[in-house]
Design a protein around this ligand. Sequence first.
Ligand code: ADP
Length: 491
Amino acid sequence: MGSPLLNVAGVEVSPDHYIDGRRVASAQTFELFSPIDQRLLGHVAEGLDEHVDAAIRAAERAFPAWSALSAAERKPLLDRFAEEIGKRAEALCVVESNDAGVLLSRMRHGVVPRAMLNLTWFAEHALTLQDRTIDTPQAQHLVRHDPAGVVVIITPWNSPLLLSTWKLGPALAAGNCCVLKPPEWAPLTCSLLADAAHAAGLPPGVFNVVQGSGKTTGAKLVSDPRIARVSFTGSVPTARWIAQAAGANLVPCSLELGGKSPFIVLEDADLDNAAATGALMYRNAGQVCLAGTRFLVHERIAPRFIEAMRGYVDRLNIGDPREESTEVGPVIHPRQVERVKAFVDRAVAGGARVLWGGAMHPFGAQYVQPTMLTDVGQQDEIVQNEVFGPVLTLQTFTDDDEAVQLANGTDYGLGGVCYGETAHATAVAQRVRTGFIWVNSFGIRDLAAPFGGIKRSGVGREGGDWSFEFFCDVKDVVVPKKPFRASFSQR
Ligand code: ADP
């Protein structure tokens, strides 16, 4: 029997797990609050050992039949899954806005359409995953992509629906069965996702949702020897734990982690365009792993760039994410607010100068002013560590070599932005050591393209063929061309 549904701004959401095609309540629950106004949204099922076990068993049971289907046979089910997401579009928007503080407008225009595409695109792309043959004089190699088995997906709170479907799409399309552990600070859209999967007729056990805290439920899932893959997006310290736990069973992990990406403004940049894009770095209250958070600006244009960007930042609409006109909403959780404030306080105590912001915003308890700090040194904590809030730094440089050196001077290597005359900016961008970098633009992400970071920003790539490389086992079936006769002298 399922628990009574929560009512989140008029939308009914199950607080239970979704295991083996059924809602499963828990003897333990955790409280969930809205970042908008700290109101209690409800009590959500905590994943206990028995739930983790049941979900993995259900996924294991479902695997033989689901993996035996062809990609063409799985596709209609995944298309239907996407349709069911579409039918719940407004509910998903309202719930994630209340639960995670994501802008309602961004949910409507960006996240929900993309969540649907994450399923349909990968279902379609799986059709292109033909068995490949390699012909040699000796043998024919039939190279297959076999689904790996039970995949554990662990996602963070800054964009739960988007990031969960980004992993679910290819994992399911490739023929795996999944257990999703949503973020405990924002689990509710993943619960609606389970409703969509159910309505679409996904066979029981193919997709399971177990809610709960990372340190207990998440840790239990990733250390289970029955699983075949872990796909994780989150912080570096958590990734270390996960990689160790999964590593003990030699389970491969894909880790999409944080960033401290450079936003380079060369002397020949279109300053107004660069400044407008610069203000975008406050999107989602700066809780975006791929944002450019370290501004590196040529010293000769720095004063003009700062004034141009200040103009855009001054005009940002900060407030309730449910309002269509809002551009910057709340920080997810009081603990995260404290963390962000402490970063700023330590930086200022260490000599950083506040160009703008630097304090709480009067709109509410979890609203931090968009902040820019300068007079910071490369080795300062604020330059080296990810804040994950609306706090940026600005350093200047004198030539390309120095820009590249500063850009590459952290342990992170996720993304980057480079503004300048196109050929010049492209040349500089090529020298920045990251998983991706945008030239005179930001946020262009195609599902066919690889996504991921280097150094502390991650291990592995997802997107396009790379997702299937990760979620599949590559197998070589070798058939000799001439009759094979056993011989000990054979080389
Ligand atoms: P953040 O610091 O941004 O909250 P985390 O990396 O801690 O990000 O969390 C991202 C996801 O990882 C969440 O779903 C969280 O519950 C989960 N998580 C946290 N700790 C662990 C762990 N030890 N094992 C597995 N999952 C975890």
